[in-house]
Ligand binder design. Structure first.
Ligand code: CDP
Ligand code: MG
Length: 893
């Protein structure tokens, strides 16, 4: 920055005013109310923003020589040398009208909320306002968080371009890549990246301003960041190193932030940016198509393209594969000269994108089975210091297949019977848009389409609020979104397609009215719309929180109950989470002699253990993470990974119990059921291996399927769901990478076709499963308890009063072992346990001490199992199970 630049900036000052007067927005006549007045930068800058007169020393010098500034006063005015075209573009944005208001609020308040319609210029302009007002220097920069990678990359590029600066100055950082340099002044990043930085430097001293963008999305990590930052801001103020926090949000439910006294004691000022939104006519479908919404999209686009005046089309679908399939179909129908090669390239890029998440090591590990049939509970892999949460961000791109998904509609069929070949007079410039698309390809959507073509962007919900695509006049909304779904019983997450909320649907419609009046075609009826939820509930309220609590403890946030969540999870959810984590050994129990009682609210402050640190790095629920952490012994890891992957995928087997429509179908179903039952018995084996039960079946099915080359034929013949098997394969790769990150010396190599485990490995695996599923322990009701016939063959669990049974589909259905652990309970005619494995009674005190009651205080060392005598060694005479268990004491030495 030199004085000449300042001069060129100030001499340009008079131009924008004229440009403003002649704004196209003013001539439309549809919305004269919200015309932005001349931006403050064109008027006299606010008194505090007095630029140094030209010819004086460079801004950084004046900053260094100035006496310490009073809190929050911007330091200097940093000139930006924008191109006249860019400047003209900017001046059209509604937020420019609010620059002075925003900057005054920022100067006076530590925390400011800016909310405004998508496209009003929040993301691209506010960082520039702050930069110009001197809120960045060599050692303290402006940070901007985005919940999505696409936005972090695209916005850094856009802002650099607008400011005529290189990406060395306006940079981005996402999990796998970034271009931050010493010169960086504005840094766009995902919220996961900032959370990780807080782990290393709690005060975030590197930043002078942090902007939390897209706060309305209420992603769990954004919510936690807001809670943390509310405290960090206070600490920084105390130390006279003020940090400014800006929260930017679309116009949705700001009250969660402003009315929450625990989050912000004084409600921060809210600056509303009025936007110039043109009217959008919403058209509902008469009927709601059941499944083929992609086909419906295709037909609607054809109609729009053939019959309606010029203007870009934006289509909302739910996932990457769907987006590609529709692009392919559209390009075939309306070819342009370059569509074919482009498509190949895009798909290559997306494959490359996926690969980036799956770099896995290739060094093989020799399995070394040892003779002792007892796993070592202290033998868990522990992270090298300073590393962690490697996969946190990979989990957050919600619409993508981080864990795989079987929801990508197969468009193959519909493509084949393309009856209506539209007349392809005007070429359609078809572009995909989704999170994992290469950044250069994403940038394509912001460019004007080639002369004589119509732009058609096929997008996932990244286009809903994060990115604004210019020139869109028509929106086609399938009404669906791919969402992470959490299973309350297993805590396992998967991706499902659900209806969006009314607020989201309206956001999508609004995309059509950015530059002129537009139309939104909803592929569902108004009645269906009426049934949509009003707002999407914050993520944190619709999922179990044990994984989240583990992540927070890994950040050394011990008293989670006091944490200022914007919307807190319920106290019951917090207690349940903390108890489970203590039982798993991820958290230290409050006091040894109190470990049997239910936790009190005041005790929700247990610190994390080394085991918990390790567990926090695996992208699976804590029960499964415990299994993985324990498996780095006796060559068990590949097996545990396969079992965990298979347990995480729901419904491995096809539903064959369905009612048949005809005699033939019934016969076929019966035949297949018999075949599946036979295969299950084969996979489960006999003797030691059968004791691993249904988990052995999972292992056998995964191995056998890989031997067959994972063919659809094999899956069909054996009643396995093909998509589930593919998903398992993907997840095994991901977990292998995660384990290698924790424990590089393991050099684990994913061998899809595993050798079957040895007999002693099966025993270790049973212990590992029991250690992870400890709260899912059940004991067969003894004969003497059989007063009531309803308890015949029944099991008792600590939490349920009613009898539970082994599911008839289980290979242990006829075995009826005394102690079992189960993966989940499903309720149909009775309560059935699924995913059952047997547990030896003598393992319970050592593997699951928190589920036992000892008749004397627990002393060190913990009870151990002695293989020679087959007995449990500990200093107490007997072990009881948890209060409420109708169980006898177990005698131990
Ligand atoms: O954050 P907010 O939704 O309020 O708006 P923004 O993302 O800052 O976008 C402001 C304007 O910049 C939009 O109208 C976009 O069309 C435009 N823009 C662009 O032309 N090219 C980009 N790469 C990004 C934004
Ligand atoms: Mg934005």
């Amino acid at each position: 920055s030199s004085s000449t630049e300042e001069e060129s900036e100030s001499s340009g000052d008079s131009e924008p005013e004229e440009a403003t007067a002649a704004q196209p927005g003013g001539s439309t006549g549809t919305n004269t109310m919200h015309l932005p007045p001349a931006p403050s930068e064109a008027k006299n800058p606010a008194p505090t923003l007095q630029p140094p007169p030209s010819g004086t020393s460079a801004p950084s010098e004046s900053l260094a020589s100035a006496p310490p500034l009073p809190l929050a006063k911007p330091a200097v005015f940093i000139p930006v040398n924008r191109s006249p075209e860019m400047q003209e573009e900017r001046l059209k944005l509604p937020i420019l009208a609010e620059e002075q208001v925003i900057m005054e609020a920022v100067a006076e308040h530590p925390i400011v909320i800016v909310c405004g319609e998508t496209g009003s210029g929040k993301t691209t302009q506010v960082p520039q306002f702050l930069y110009e007002a001197g809120y960045s220097s060599e050692d303290s920069i402006i940070g901007v968080t985005e919940p999505r990678r696409v936005a972090a990359v695209a916005m850094s590029q856009r802002v650099a371009k607008e400011m005529n600066l290189s990406q060395r100055v306006v940079s981005y950082q996402i999990r796998y890549e970034g271009n931050v340099t010493e010169e960086t002044r504005i840094k766009f990043m995902t919220d996961g990246v900032l959370l990780k930085e807080i782990q290393k430097d709690f005060l975030l001293l590197k930043y002078k301003v942090v902007i939390i963008d897209e706060a309305h999305e209420r992603s769990v990590y954004t919510d936690i960041l807001l809670g943390l930052l509310s405290r960090i801001v206070a600490l920084r103020t105390k130390r006279h190193l003020p940090l400014k926090l800006l929260i930017m949000s679309a116009t949705l439910r700001v009250e969660d932030f402003t009315q929450n006294k625990r989050l912000f004691t004084t409600p921060p000022p809210v600056i509303k940016v009025e936007s110039r939104q043109f009217p959008v006519t919403v058209h509902f479908n008469k009927r709601t198509p059941l499944d083929d919404y992609s086909g419906e999209c295709f037909r609607k686009i054809c109609k729009i393209h053939r019959m309606l005046p010029a203007g870009g089309i934006l289509v909302f679908l739910t996932g990457q594969a769907e987006v590609h399939a529709l692009c392919r179909r559209l390009r075939k129908a309306f070819p342009t000269r370059c569509s074919q090669p482009q498509e190949k390239e895009e798909e290559k890029d997306s494959a490359e994108g996926m690969r980036r998440f799956k770099k896995s090591r290739t060094r093989a590990k020799k399995a070394q089975a040892m003779a002792l049939p007892q796993i070592n509970l202290d033998n868990y892999s522990v992270l090298p210091a300073g590393e962690g949460d490697e996969d946190r961000e990979a989990e957050m791109d919600d619409e993508e297949e981080a864990l795989g998904s079987d929801l990508d509609l197969d468009l193959g069929d519909s493509e084949a019977n393309e009856g209506e070949q539209p007349d392809a007079s005007l070429p359609l410039h078809v572009l995909p848009l989704y999170s994992l698309l290469a950044p250069e390809k994403q940038a394509q959507v912001f460019k004007p389409p080639p002369e004589g073509t119509r732009l058609c962007v096929v997008a996932t919900n990244v286009a809903e609020t994060s990115l604004t695509i210019p020139g869109i006049k028509y929106v086609v909304d399938c009404g669906k979104v791919k969402k992470r779904y959490y299973d309350r019983v297993t805590g396992v997450s998967s991706f499902r397609v659900t209806w969006v909320s009314q607020a989201s649907a309206d956001q999508r419609a609004g995309r059509a009215g950015r530059t002129e009046p537009g139309h939104c075609y909803r592929l569902y009826s108004s009645a269906v719309f009426g049934d949509f939820e009003q707002f999407p509930p914050p993520e944190i309220t619709r999922r179990p929180v044990e994984d989240l609590i583990l992540q927070m403890k890994a950040l050394n946030i011990e008293k989670v109950i006091n944490f200022p969540f914007p919307t807190p999870p319920s106290v019951e959810a917090l207690i349940a989470a903390e108890e489970l984590l203590i039982a798993l050994g991820a958290l230290q129990a409050p006091r040894k002699d109190e470990r049997l009682k239910t936790l009190q609210i005041s005790q929700l402050s247990c610190p994390i253990t080394a085991l918990g640190q390790t567990m926090s790095t695996f992208p699976v629920a804590p029960r499964y993470a415990k299994m993985l952490a324990l498996s780095q012994q006796h060559g068990c890891l590949p097996y545990t990974i396969a079992i965990v992957a298979a347990m995480t995928v729901r419904e491995l087997f096809e539903e064959l119990d369905r009612p048949a429509a005809s005699e033939e179908e019934l016969a076929e179903l019966k035949g297949r059921r018999a075949r599946v039952a036979q295969m299950k018995r084969t996979w489960a084996g006999q003797g030691a291996s059968l004791k691993l039960g249904d988990l052995m079946v999972l292992l056998g099915a995964v191995g056998a399927c890989e031997y067959s080359g994972c063919s659809p034929q094999f899956c069909h013949a054996n009643g396995l769901r093909y998509k589930a098997m593919l998903e398992i394969r993907r997840l095994r790769g991901q977990l292998t990478t995660a384990v290698n990150a924790v424990c590089p010396e393991a050099g684990l190599f994913l061998d899809p076709k595993m050798q079957p485990p040895t007999e002693s490995q099966v025993t270790y695996l049973r212990q590992i499963m029991a250690a992870g599923l400890g709260d899912h322990l059940a004991r067969r009701v003894q004969n003497e308890d059989l007063l009531d016939p309803k308890w015949k063959n029944a099991y008792k669990t600590p939490l349920l009063d009613d009898p539970v049974f082994i599911h008839p589909s289980s290979v242990l259905f006829r075995e009826l072992p005394e102690f079992v652990v189960y993966q989940e309970i499903v309720e149909t005619t009775k309560m059935y346990m699924k995913g059952v494995s047997t547990v030896e009674i003598q393992w319970i005190p050592s593997l699951l001490p928190s589920y036992c009651q000892f008749d004397a205080p627990l002393e060190e060392p913990a009870p151990t199992y002695c293989p020679e005598s087959g007995r449990v060694l500990c200093h107490r005479a007997s072990v009881f199970y948890r209060v409420g268990w109708p169980l006898p004491a177990v005698q131990v030495d």
